[in-house]
Design a binder for this molecule. Structure first.
Ligand code: 13P
Length: 246
């Protein structure tokens, strides 16, 4: 049985006062059957880690190196020390805004493992790639290039996030999500073996809302969601946690 995950990616949103959002979620959903992970901007990690209860806190990116002359970057070791247990790597916004390649993402995932963090590795096609019928090919290339062979079901979660569905209110159809996630699990099996693939959590991300989460999370190969906008308010993310709890 794969325990479902409700992961919130706060992106570049929030202040110290946002701790109240986490406190409300812990108060109302602290005993949920789902695994809940909140990924705030890095400076908020220690503040949220203090209030997280059974929930986990994650970073949104890390540098591949453990330390060194990389102004503005943050190592996986520092994230861990500040209270993170997870880190998102290869989000499409990092791939686009910072030119991160599959090889960069793979190195960041290895840094996460080195520091003892779980890597949430993101993949997903652009709208142009989707229109060209390349969704599966693009995701397969990203899995080959971004997922190291040292990935396990314990140290890695994979999030499929179609770039065109992020922040747009649009999602693939439920059949398309089912089809892509089944293909994704087969790709993971090819790369890491069928036992690892059967146990690894595969998240869907891109305009997950209280109104669509239950239907998406009920799909056989969807093990929860990576949620942006709807993770910023307890009244939106609470029902998504409930949907992941089943
Ligand atoms: P939205 O839920 O705002 O579409 O963002 C999805 C996402 O990018 C999560 O990482």
């Amino acid at each position: 049985m794969r325990r479902k995950i409700a992961a919130g990616n706060w992106k570049m949103n929030g202040t110290r006062a946002s701790r109240a959002v986490l406190e409300a979620l812990v108060r109302d959903h602290g005993d949920t059957a789902a695994e809940v992970i909140i990924c705030p901007p890095a400076p908020l990690i220690p503040i949220l880690a203090d209030a997280a209860g059974a929930f986990s806190i994650g970073g949104q990116d890390c540098h591949a190196a453990a330390s060194g002359p990389h102004t503005g970057d943050i190592s996986a070791e520092t994230l861990k020390d500040c209270g993170a247990s997870h880190v998102i790597v290869g989000h499409s916004e990092r791939r686009a805004d910072h030119g991160e390649s599959d090889a960069d993402v793979l190195a960041k995932a290895e840094a996460a493992y080195r520091a003892g963090l779980v890597a949430i590795i993101c993949v997903g096609e652009t709208e142009a790639e989707r229109d060209a019928g390349q969704t599966t090919a693009v995701v397969a290339r990203q899995i080959e290039g971004s997922v190291t062979t040292s990935a396990t079901a314990e140290n890695t979660v994979i999030a499929y996030e179609p770039v065109w569905a992020i922040g747009t209110g649009r999602t693939p159809s439920i059949d398309e999500i089912a089809e892509t996630h089944a293909a994704l699990r087969a790709m993971v099996a090819k790369r890491l073996g069928s036992e690892t693939a059967a146990a690894m959590r595969l998240l869907y991300g891109g305009s997950v809302k209280p109104g669509n989460a239950a239907e998406i999370f009920a799909l056989e190969d969807v093990d929860g969601g990576l949620v942006g906008g709807a993770s910023l308010k307890a009244e939106d993310f609470g029902p998504i946690i409930d949907a992941a709890a089943g």
